[in-house]
Design a protein around this ligand. Sequence first.
Ligand SMILES: Cc1ncc(COP(=O)(O)O)c(C=O)c1O
Length: 370
Amino acid sequence: MTGLSPLPAVEGLGESVLAALAGMPDPAGAAHTSQFEQDLTEAFASRNAVAVSSGTTALHAALAAAGVGPGDEVLVPALTVVMTAAPVVQLGATAVFVDSDPANLDLDYTDAAAKVTDRTKAIVPVHLWGRMGDPASLRVFAAERGLTVIEDAAQAAGTSRAGVMAGAVGAAGCFSMKDGKILWSGEGGFVLTEDPALAAHARAFRSHWLQPPPGSRPQEQLALNGRLAEPLAALAQANLRRFPALLERRRAQTTYLLRALDGVRGLTPLQTATDETWNHYAPLLHIGPPNPRAFAEHLAQLGVPSSTGTFRLVPCDTRPMFASGDQAPCRGAAQILDHTLALVLTEHDDEAALDRYAAVITREAAAWSE
Ligand SMILES: Cc1ncc(COP(=O)(O)O)c(C=O)c1O
């Protein structure tokens, strides 16, 4: 089997962080954050970028900037992590969970349409595992109902569909740089938007409504401290320079592992859409045999990490804080999660690690009879 390209060089990361430390402490300092934002606008061809402390904060700031507040409803796929819904609730709005289509992982627009009310303000599509639904369908759905689209592109940096980049479908795209994301800074996130007013709102929101330069204007609203710390901004900047190589590394790793698992009993790779350029965030396999979730958990116990087996990812509508019993469960989302082995990779996974995963999965799939 052909090998992976080498791990993209890490030497520059430490130097960048040290350069940021050399300028500290500086109570008003944000030079690395500003430069990182500038670099983001170039790398993602976006007019505005706002760096924040996490993907959750990116969603919080963007939803606040879109005017989401008490009394509003926001459509959120059940096929997501709880961090997508948490900012909606923090803003006093209600998350209304929408199902997904097991055939293609895209939103179930019939279900979404049935859940729109006159209080629905926004929709937050989630590009889980870097997979992206059809942007045209989403735009039409939202435009016909007057909904703002705020994308949860936390896992989708580098994905595009029909020529539209993940995070550029709607009013704002929200990204995470938590460890494990292809573009990472330990903790961190950013908002991309073409709308300067939305960017200005998000920028003020992440910093207690302080407008630059500090002290120039009274703070007119209460907000948050959601700033990206300067050393992490420097780290993010250095990783952004490596981003093409990091994307290539993930593509090679995912392709390598899927090839190694070709023909394994009961496991079938999920197909991308023909117009989708996937960032290969996680090798995705449909688990055919009985008790698929137990199979993923069993693999996790043997050291093969996955979304359901390791992180126990369940549909968001079934989590205790949302499971009111008022709405029918999102069965498509449950089916997708139960039957998908989404393997967790990092840039450090080399051939030996991937061969080990492949050997364990192959052996256990052959023996699985539960
Ligand atoms: C789909 C999705 N949305 C939101 C988040 C939240 O990002 P963060 O952990 O940076 O707050 C994550 C991160 O794990 C995620 O995977």
